[in-house]
Unconditional design. Structure first.
Length: 258
């Protein structure tokens, strides 16, 4: 059987042949692909500050891949050959406890990246990654990324900024799990989704995944949501939540009893 990356390399070879054949029929085919990729990459914070020529170079290095809802992208312990950029959809980064309980560490939205550790170490993935909904990603091999960083130091600065933000998020997750109860965690999560005057929220993940993100189980999450509803703090209709009393939600987030 072919190894994981042998399959990817085989796919790349087939894709290259396909592109050559299409180019013979339509000389603008690959250029059209490149222009589309450049347009997407221009929206990615990692490549902020790169000029059109640099983006064109990156567009010829990335590999576009699609993943179905629930499909595994990276498994914990897998050797990393490169890193990923989310184009569309959403990806969750998570681990399992020894009892099999899932803990979501991070949710990656379009424009976000994951598995950046591949750029700096020859290690293995510290967590799993899978698509929450049908998603598309760009994949960039480690060697290509290292060459880009050497030529364009701005990319390394952007990557450091991204990883620093990720570290802050991980510290916040650890703090919440260690110091806050489920009510406070849920209140904080809802407030983060509703900054300023925003009062209506559409959950982008299932309630089961939200429970995993909050470090609890679905039954406890349901009870907490019902408690918030009975106290007239929120209203719930399917995956839509309306904040009725934001001041009270802020108090609960700070540790007040719900």
């Amino acid at each position: 059987m072919l190894a994981h990356w042998d399959k990817i390399n085989l796919f790349l070879n087939i894709a290259e042949i396909f592109c050559i054949v299409k180019s013979m029929k339509n000389p603008d085919y690959c250029n059209q692909c490149s222009q589309e990729y450049e347009r997407i990459l221009r929206q990615v914070p990692l490549f902020a500050g790169l000029n059109a020529l640099d983006l064109e170079r990156v567009s010829r290095l990335v590999i576009r891949r699609k993943f179905r809802k629930g499909q595994l992208i990276i498994s914990e312990g897998q050797e990393l050959e490169g890193f990923y950029i989310v184009i569309s959809g959403q990806v969750k980064i998570y681990k399992f406890s020894s009892e099999g309980k899932q803990q979501i560490l991070h949710l990656v939205a379009p424009g976000g990246t994951f598995a950046e550790v591949a750029a700096f170490t020859k290690g293995f993935s510290p967590a799993n990654a899978s698509a929450i909904i049908d998603s598309e990603v760009f994949f960039l091999f480690k060697n290509d990324l290292v060459k880009l960083i050497r030529d364009k130091p701005q990319i390394s600065l952007n990557m450091l900024a991204s990883m620093s933000q990720y570290l802050r998020q991980m510290v916040a997750v650890i703090e919440e799990l260690a110091l806050k109860d489920v009510s406070a965690r849920l209140a904080k999560y809802l407030l983060d989704l509703a900054p300023g005057q925003v009062m209506e929220i559409k959950l982008a993940i299932s309630k089961k995944e939200l429970a995993s993100r909050l470090g609890t189980i679905s039954e406890t999450l349901s009870r907490t949501l019902n408690k918030f509803k009975s106290k007239k703090v929120i209203k719930v209709a399917g995956n839509r939540i309306t904040i009725v009393n934001k001041a009270r939600l802020e108090e609960i987030s700070a540790g007040a009893k719900s």
